[in-house]
Design a protein around this ligand. Structure first.
Ligand SMILES: [Zn+2]
Ligand SMILES: [Zn+2]
Length: 313
């Protein structure tokens, strides 16, 4: 049995749990999770000539996309993975549920994989570094595929006890985690039901399912996966971070500020990733609104001195 240990750990503790049966199940789920939204999106586009979409489908797509992206970027990432702010229990629950609806894995698994990425960023053992084939043939294109999708197909079982002990000790979060598939199904049911009710037709329900459900999941999948792949390959690196992370303006809006990824690696606990006035960071805007409403507090952001001290020389 091969084990991998966490670098820098005083005790030799396993990053992943070796269990061939669970690994196979995880691989199958990963394959289905990646493929089903692709098929749904192809069908949605293929049906356009027969039943054109209207403001209803666009509205369902944009609203469901935005809600689940808030769940991922504000919730899974900045709040649960990095404790970038504190919030009320109802917002904590809402963020965990919305993030699960994005169909990128249950909250504890997502957080564990992400914390592993930060601890071993672009080093051996990183969850999804695109630099693992360095020095080999077609290293960049193979690395891109691995960081974008390939790592999920390995079916690795992350050791959450090592990376997300805080969440495992929270009974509410573990319950939400266990109900992961329920949230994914509810996330698909909401646009289906709304599409049906608004248009008063079965076709409207089907279109709601395809556009507000599967197409929405497809777009959010690849937006977030671009952060794993493109944001460790191409873009600017204004800070000394010791890894290959980059900033990238092109998908700042669809990732709700997630593509200011190099800034994030420089200041992982910051609630704000867009550090310049022009670096649009919708995730931070959401946190600011929560803060103004008294629903978020202890919001962490780097001071100008901290930013200056971290600049690459
Ligand atoms: Zn990264
Ligand atoms: Zn992070």
């Amino acid at each position: 049995m091969q084990t991998k240990s966490l670098l820098g750990s005083t005790k030799r503790r396993k990053i992943t749990i070796e269990n061939d049966y669970l690994k196979k199940i995880q691989q199958r789920f990963a394959f289905a999770t990646i493929l089903i939204p692709v098929i749904g999106s192809v069908v949605a586009i293929g049906l356009l000539s027969r039943s054109p979409i209207s403001a209803v489908e666009i509205g369902l797509l944009v609203s469901m996309y935005s809600l689940t992206m808030v769940g991922l970027i504000v919730g899974f990432h900045r709040y649960f993975s990095h404790n970038a702010f504190r919030t009320h229990i109802t917002i904590r629950i809402a963020l965990a549920v919305l993030g699960c609806m994005a169909a990128q894995g249950p909250v504890i698994q997502w957080v564990s994989n992400h914390r592993r990425h930060h601890q071993l960023s672009d080093q051996p053992g990183d969850t999804h570094s695109p630099h693992i084939y360095k020095g080999q043939k077609f290293a960049q294109i193979r690395g891109f595929w691995y960081a974008h999708i390939g790592w999920m197909l390995k079916g690795e079982i992350i050791n959450s006890a090592l990376f997300a002990k805080d969440l495992l000790q929270d009974r509410t979060i573990t319950k939400i985690n266990q109900l992961y598939f329920t949230w994914v199904i509810i996330g698909l049911a909401i646009p289906t039901v709304l599409g049906g009710i608004i248009t008063a037709s079965w076709i409207g329900a089907g279109q709601g399912f395809l556009w507000g459900g599967l197409m929405r999941i497809f777009l959010a999948h690849h937006a977030i996966w671009c952060v794993n792949s493109i944001n460790h390959l191409y873009g600017s690196r204004p800070f000394s971070t010791g890894d290959r992370s980059t900033n990238n303006i092109w998908f700042a809006i669809p990732t709700f500020g997630g593509s200011w990824h190099h800034n994030h690696h420089a200041f992982p606990h910051s609630a704000k990733c867009g550090l310049q006035w022009w670096q649009i960071d919708l995730g931070y805007w959401v946190i600011r609104v929560l803060e103004m409403l008294g629903l978020a507090w202890d919001v962490k952001t780097p001071t100008p001195e901290m930013i200056k001290a971290k600049k690459a020389t």
